[in-house]
Design a protein. Sequence first.
Length: 102
Amino acid sequence: MELSKISGLGPFIKKTEKLDNYSSRDIFFPENSEKPFLIVNKNTMELRTDDKLGKLLIEKYESVMQSRYFGRGGLEIVKKTTQLDPSELEDLIRLSYNLSKD
């Protein structure tokens, strides 16, 4: 999924963080914010959400779980097996972006 093609996202910054000799992750921040809105790992993506929506999606989909990075305030989604429609995923990314803006 290409973030620049998602409507409703403002400007953002991408930083790549090396985890070890074999892996890294991309971290996306709204411009002028220190709070990330999206973490893209090799097999998963993590984003912010509100508690009620997060609980609902975790109960509904096997490929959605509580985020390790954001904790209770976020979701971790397995990219290859996600049951979310692309439009649902775009909505979640937009919500995460808006929750992360300063």
